[in-house]
Design a protein around this ligand. Structure first.
Ligand code: ADP
Length: 187
């Protein structure tokens, strides 16, 4: 089973994705974590990606498409995975469809975590000192939210037509939201 968790920065994709992946015993593929690891290791991808990440901009698709293809094609994701943080652009969404489709797979569930903008800002600002991410400055947070609206939110309309998208209120407790997701997925 392939599940995509979609939502703005601060909507809780990572937290809920982790709970869901553990319950379904599926790998979670998180492009943000992979990119942060590449930055930390100082790889060529990491060095290039850092410039965009620190500003809250998307890493260009020219760098990301290969990465997504490699991750989704890994043997451990053969029977399913939870996708967190991608696709974020129309080109990424097309690639995901193509790579899954080549194996006779598709996105089985798309969960859209709904959180009002002022709550997103509050969460991102309050976790900034805890997580120490270089893109948690007020300017980068503002850019990340705007980039989500501009580049990623349009995917909602694209996916809505497929009938596998579920809106999940993202403002309850972690347990309540996890329970909503369990009910939607059916396990
Ligand atoms: P958040 O959603 O809270 O902003 P992420 O960890 O998902 O955090 O992403 C952090 C940064 O990593 C993004 O602002 C972007 O620069 C980069 N990034 C992560 N995933 C992608 C992706 N699929 N495409 C382009 N850039 C990405």
């Amino acid at each position: 089973m392939f599940v995509l968790i979609l939502g703005a920065p601060g909507s809780g994709k990572g937290t809920q994705g982790k709970i869901l992946a553990e319950r379904l015993q599926l790998p979670k593929i998180t492009t943000g974590d992979i990119l942060r690891a590449a930055v930390k290791d100082g790889t060529p991808l990491g060095q290039e990606a850092k410039k965009y990440m620190d500003q809250g901009q998307l890493v260009p698709d020219t760098l990301i498409l290969e990465l997504i293809k490699a991750e989704v094609s890994k043997p451990e994701a053969k029977n399913g995975a939870v996708f967190d943080g991608f696709p974020r652009t129309a080109a990424q969404a097309e690639l995901v469809d193509r790579v899954l489709g080549a194996e006779g797979n598709r996105l089985n569930h798309i969960l859209l975590l709904d959180v009002p903008e002022e709550e997103l800002v509050r969460r991102l600002m309050s976790r900034a000192p805890v997580e120490g991410r270089s893109d948690d400055t007020p300017e980068a947070i503002k850019t990340r939210l705007a980039v989500y609206q501009r580049d990623t939110a349009p995917l909602v309309a694209h996916y809505a037509q497929r009938g596998v998208m579920h809106h999940v209120p993202g403002t309850g407790t972690i347990d309540q939201i996890a329970e909503d997701i369990r009910r939607i997925i059916g396990r």
